[in-house]
Design a protein around this ligand. Structure first.
Ligand code: GLC
Ligand code: CA
Length: 579
């Protein structure tokens, strides 16, 4: 199953492209500055970006077609959700071939052309690496399940049934909520933290780890610039699978994450792969404490470069929404814990949550544009590497499905089954899903006002949000006041001003109930960010000595000030240079 890297390197040399291994670029040790800290990442859900062959599914050729658009945003890195061979139980997060491109998405030639197209435009590329689990249709698993003495048996976690039922493990997507699945072929249970078709790989087996590093090298040799390690905090497990203590479900990450050997594995991965190329790696998840997070990313540890924690994005996980006070508290706490050492990501949306503006802003017609601009101002003015999710530059909104038949996401479908089977409150479940489902964040990109928003000439795999007739790229392109124009301006502001990347962060008027205000300071450059998170006007009295100089960006035409008093309109966002 292993392919020789040798053959691949020869081909690469013959093609004389610039994808050969490069020594890792060390951060500047005097300033700690480096390219992946200065990146603005644009995340694309490939299924939903642009379809070129009319099958209703976005493809790599579609991304190639839109490279100029991506470049025009000013972003300089793209992360694509998985594009490998996959039966699509979880839309590509169930991989059956780590060295192939999913047929629906195109071919390896398309991939090479896409990567070259990005590099030609100065855009780096991040590959999603899903190795906590594979697909049950991966050859490894087919072998593994076939007999107890198969050489691949230990690639996965098996529990022989004659030992009795294994201790309960919770599963994210299982329709019964159980992570152990009985398999009669060998009279044993296998472990799956996600769906039944996503068996967990056994990282305790050195062969599995070597396979993973070989796969990562395969892509690094092709020239990818970064890796996003999916569900990575779960890879190392206590394989005795002890009984979980009571109340574990309130602290799932504590019991499931940061297993005993995780750091050894990361150091090994760093030695074998990351340090050998000019790449960075970010892990999904950062454990359950600051210490966990620091241990993943601090420079001296030689593990990863970046992590993302969920506290920020998890704030709004119910129909009640969230409180600004909590939002400020979470982001300030994480910032201060990483002010001296380590590096984090900043994001409020991705393919696992509902739309940015519907969840954290206000998608009512009169507030949609200002609140979406305000949230993008936040993401692009905080310390950490910002991740912007496709469509959020337009202020795309939740679609809000009413019936379970409309959903495509396994989390929604199996969550529904679980609720029905356990006699739960189905009505409440559907209402919550309508607001929070992952499918809200996965509807097709809205390119123009033509049928299906210009996404496909066929039937889209997930319906296009009907508001595409007014919210689309074409309509916003020519409008200097559009969300899109504002987004480009804000990205440029960040890229032109290292203070927004590296500067110290300090809260201003922390107790203010409507306004999130903070300064960023680097040397003698200082900026003030004012964000009104409410649908009403908000006055804020700036502290003595806060002499505003120039308005650098504003999502309204003007800002009302009188001395140190600033009166913000609903969802107004202003960034000032301070004297
Ligand atoms: C991560 C991904 C999510 C996926 C899951 C299983 O959380 O972001 O989309 O369903 O892992 O791979
Ligand atoms: Ca297609």
């Amino acid at each position: 199953m292993k392919r020789t890297l040798f053959a691949i390197s020869i081909i690469l040399i013959l093609m004389s492209c610039n994808n050969q291994p490069k020594p890792a670029e060390e951060p500047d040790t005097t300033t700690n500055r480096t390219w992946w800290k200065e990146a603005v990442i644009y995340q694309i859900y490939p299924r939903s970006f642009k379809d070129t062959n009319g099958d209703g599914v976005g493809d790599l050729k579609g991304i190639i077609e839109k490279l100029d658009y991506i470049q025009s945003l000013g972003v300089n890195m793209v992360w694509l959700n998985p594009i490998y061979g996959s039966p699509n139980d979880d839309n590509g997060y169930d991989i059956s071939d780590y060295r192939a491109i999913m047929e629906e998405f195109g071919t390896m030639e398309d991939f090479d052309a896409m990567l070259k197209g990005m590099h030609d435009r100065g855009i780096k590329f991040v590959m999603d690496v899903v190795v906590n689990h594979s697909s049950d249709e991966h050859e490894w698993f087919k072998q593994s399940r076939s007999s107890r003495d198969n050489p691949y048996r230990d690639y996965y976690h098996w529990w022989p049934a004659e030992r009795g039922k294994p201790n309960y493990r919770w599963s994210y997507f299982d329709e019964k909520g159980e992570a152990w699945m009985y398999d009669s072929t060998t009279n044993a249970y296998y472990l799956h933290y996600f769906s039944r078709k996503q068996p967990d790989l056994n990282w305790e087996n050195p062969k599995v780890r070597q396979e993973v590093y070989d796969i990562m090298k395969f892509w690094a040799e092709k020239g990818v610039d970064g890796f996003r390690l999916d569900a990575f905090q779960f890879v190392s497990k206590d394989t005795t699978f002890p009984k979980l203590p009571e109340g574990y479900e309130k602290e799932v990450i504590k019991y499931y994450g940061m297993g005993p050997n995780l750091h050894d594995y990361l150091k090994e991965m760093n030695r074998e792969v990351l340090s050998q190329y000019n790449v960075f790696a970010v892990s999904e998840g950062a454990g359950s404490t600051f210490e966990d997070a620091h241990n993943l990313v601090d420079a001296g540890r030689n593990e990863l470069q970046m992590a993302y924690h969920f506290e920020g994005v998890d704030l709004c996980n119910s129909l009640e929404g969230y409180e600004l006070a909590d939002f400020k508290e979470v982001h300030s706490r994480w910032d201060s814990a990483f002010a001296q050492e380590g590096w984090l990501s900043i994001f409020l949306a991705n393919h696992d949550v509902a739309r940015l503006v519907s969840r954290y802003g206000n998608d009512k017609p009169q507030f949609r544009a200002p609140s979406s601009k305000m949230l993008n101002t936040f993401i692009l003015s905080m310390r950490g590497t910002p991740y912007c999710y496709y469509g959020d530059e337009l202020g795309m909104t939740n679609i809000g499905f009413d019936s379970i038949e409309q959903y495509r996401d396994i989390a929604a479908i199996n969550g529904y089954k679980k609720t029905v089977n356990s006699g739960g409150d189905v009505e409440h479940f559907l209402k919550t899903l309508k607001f929070l489902s992952r499918d809200n964040g996965r509807t097709p990109m809205q390119w123009d006002g033509s049928e299906n928003a210009g996404f496909t000439t066929g039937t889209p795999w997930l319906p296009v949000n009907p508001n595409y007739t007014t919210i689309n790229v074409k309509a916003q392109e020519g409008d200097p006041n559009s969300c899109l124009s504002y987004f480009r301006k804000m990205v440029k502001l960040r890229k032109d001003n290292p203070v927004l990347v590296y500067g110290d962060y300090e809260l201003v008027r922390p107790e203010h109930e409507q306004v999130y205000a903070y300064t960023r300071t680097l040397g003698d450059v200082k900026m003030l960010v004012l964000l009104n998170f409410s649908d009403e006007a908000a006055g804020i009295e700036l502290p003595e000595g806060t002499a505003t100089d120039e308005v650098l960006i504003n999502n309204y035409d003007a800002v009302e000030t009188a001395g140190l008093a600033v009166n913000l309109k609903p969802y107004q966002a202003v960034v000032y240079a301070l004297k």
